[in-house]
Design a protein around this ligand. Structure first.
Ligand code: GRF
Length: 204
């Protein structure tokens, strides 16, 4: 079967992106990384993608007169590359309902909390402030309602009493790196069982 063309959209560090790209280099992977698009020309992820031998494209929001023009440009780049699936990996712009409608059920995102808890920003801080003892990350389908689309995978870790935002975010990011690649693989294979990854120490 033909491999699906995958685009990854980033804005920053690109550590999840790098994990996805490395995984897609495997022979039996159902996806092929086709292009990495960044809305930030200084994104570290762009350098990482280039080192991994990937095509990259910078599409800066401020270069366009409107959000619509910005999205038209992204869309034309995706069409040019015959993209089947889009992975958002730390992409900081909210896509419009119109854009999402062109790729219904074909856009995935990773969010640093156990959705439906803590949608939006500052998830680690809010988890710490809430007193919750477990935390994690979610891969979900992107819909026009931000962070509300169908959950396809979750990774769970614990919250230590001594945790800071930084220590907790590192533990969650570590889980994200394992989670997103498995979730994408299963999604492309049309494996419908929701995926759950549990931090080893939590199992004790
Ligand atoms: C991750 O925490 C992801 O969950 C969120 O943005 C962050 C991106 O990190 N959406 P990186 O750029 O993949 O290192």
């Amino acid at each position: 079967m033909r491999k699906k063309n995958v685009a990854i959209l980033i804005s920053g560090n690109g550590s999840n992106m790098a994990e996805l790209i490395k995984d897609m280099k495997k022979k039996n992977h159902p996806g092929k990384l086709t292009i990495v698009i960044s809305d930030n020309k200084n994104a570290l992820g762009i350098q990482k993608a280039k080192k991994l031998g990937c095509d990259t494209k910078i599409i800066e929001y401020k270069k366009f007169n409107s959000k619509n023009d910005f999205e038209v440009k992204i869309h034309s780049e995706l069409k040019k590359n015959k993209i089947d699936i889009i992975c958002l990996a730390g992409f900081m712009k909210i896509l419009s309902a119109n854009f999402i409608s062109f790729y219904e059920s074909k856009i995935l995102n990773i969010h640093p909390s156990l959705l439906p808890l803590f949608p939006g920003l500052d998830t680690h801080k809010r988890a710490l402030n809430s007193g919750i003892r477990i935390h994690g990350a979610t891969v979900h389908v992107v819909t026009e309602k931000v962070d509300k689309g169908k959950i396809i995978a979750q990774g769970v870790t614990y919250v230590k009493h001594k945790d800071t935002e930084l220590s907790l975010s590192k533990r969650v990011l570590n889980i994200e790196h394992k989670l997103y690649k498995k979730a994408l693989f299963n999604f492309l294979k049309k494996e419908c069982k929701p995926l759950l990854i549990i931090d080893k120490k939590l199992k004790r």
